[in-house]
Design a protein around this ligand. Structure first.
Ligand code: SF4
Ligand code: SF4
Ligand code: FES
Length: 249
C-alpha cells in the first residue's frame, strides 16, 4: 500500500461571481512512479471533474503544466510525488492571469513579451527561397540552441521578485530571448537598437540580480550568464549613449 497523500489545492473560478478563493483538500493513495500529472488527473477523474489545470505533452516540452508546488514554481508533469512530503500544496503561478484553480494564461503574457523584445531575426537581406542555406559555425549553433530550449513555462517569471512587483518588467525569459538573437549573426540589429528594447528599468537595469529565475528553471537554461552578458553590454551602451556625439555606433 502506498503513502496517503494530502493535496491542498487552490480553488477559484473568476468567471463565477459566487466563487471565492479558497484551498480545498483531497486525499489520494500514492502509486509507483506517480507524477503530479498522474495525481491531478486521478483527482479530476475520481473526485472532482471541475478541477482546472493545464497539461499537453506530459514530457516537460510544452511548458503548460507549471504551477507552485509547495511554494516553488515547477513543472507538474516531471515532478514525482516520491520527492515530495505527504502533504502537497498546489497554487497557480503568480504574475499570469488566472483562468481558474491551477490554470493560468501564460500564452498571452509570452506573446506580448515576444512582441516587446521583437523576438525574430532582423535583417534587410531579401529572402530568396532558392538560395542555398548559409552554414553556421557548429559551436555557435549549439550555443544558440541551448537558449532556444526555453519552453515558456513561466517558472522564472513566477519566481522573480521584480516581475511580481512590477507588471511591465520583462523577466528572465525575455532576457534569454534577447541574448539568443544577439548571438545570431543573421540578426543585424545594432547595440543601440537592442538598448532601446532592453536598456531600461523594465528591462535589464530593473533586474535585482538575485537569480531566483535560474534556480527554478526546469530546463536548466544558463540564465545567469545571459543576464550578466546583457548587463555588461547594455551598461556599455548607456556609456556610449552619454558620449554618442563623440563615438560612432
Ligand atoms: S535575477 Fe533578475 S530576472 Fe532573475 S529573478 Fe532576479 S530580478 Fe528576476
Ligand atoms: S527560461 Fe526556463 S523557467 Fe523561464 S520560461 Fe524558459 S524554460 Fe521556463
Ligand atoms: S505537460 Fe508539457 S511541460 Fe508538463
Amino acid at each position: 500500500m502506498g503513502r496517503q497523500l494530502k493535496f491542498n489545492i487552490f480553488r477559484y473560478n473568476p468567471e463565477d461571481p459566487k466563487s471565492v478563493p479558497h484551498m480545498e483538500s483531497f486525499d489520494l493513495e500514492e502509486t509507483e512512479a506517480m507524477t503530479l500529472y498522474i495525481a491531478l488527473n486521478r483527482l479530476r477523474e475520481e473526485q472532482d471533474p471541475s478541477l482546472q489545470f493545464d497539461f499537453m505533452c506530459r514530457a516537460g516540452i510544452c511548458g503548460s503544466c507549471a504551477m507552485m508546488i509547495n511554494g516553488r514554481p515547477d513543472l507538474a508533469c516531471h515532478t514525482k510525488t516520491k520527492n515530495l512530503p505527504d502533504e502537497i500544496n498546489l497554487m497557480p503561478l503568480p504574475v499570469f492571469k488566472l483562468i481558474g484553480d491551477l490554470s493560468v494564461d501564460s500564452g498571452t503574457w509570452f506573446r506580448a513579451m515576444n512582441e516587446k523584445v521583437q523576438s525574430w531575426v532582423h535583417t534587410d537581406k531579401p529572402f530568396d527561397p532558392n538560395a542555398e542555406e548559409e552554414p553556421m559555425d557548429n559551436q555557435l549553433a549549439e550555443e544558440i540552441y541551448e537558449l532556444e530550449r526555453c519552453v515558456e513555462c513561466g517558472c522564472c517569471v513566477a519566481a522573480c521578485g521584480k516581475a511580481n512587483m512590477r507588471e511591465d518588467f520583462m523577466g528572465a525569459a525575455a532576457f534569454n530571448r534577447i541574448a539568443r538573437f544577439m548571438m545570431d549573426p543573421r540578426d543585424e540589429r545594432t547595440g543601440t537598437e537592442y538598448f532601446e528594447v532592453v536598456g531600461n528599468e523594465e528591462g535589464i537595469f530593473g533586474c535585482l540580480g538575485l537569480l531566483g529565475c535560474e534556480d527554478v528553471c526546469p530546463k536548466e537554461i544558463p540564465l545567469q550568464d545571459q543576464l550578466g552578458m546583457l548587463r555588461r553590454k547594455m551598461g556599455w551602451q548607456s556609456i556610449r549613449h552619454l558620449f554618442s556625439r563623440l563615438l560612432p555606433d
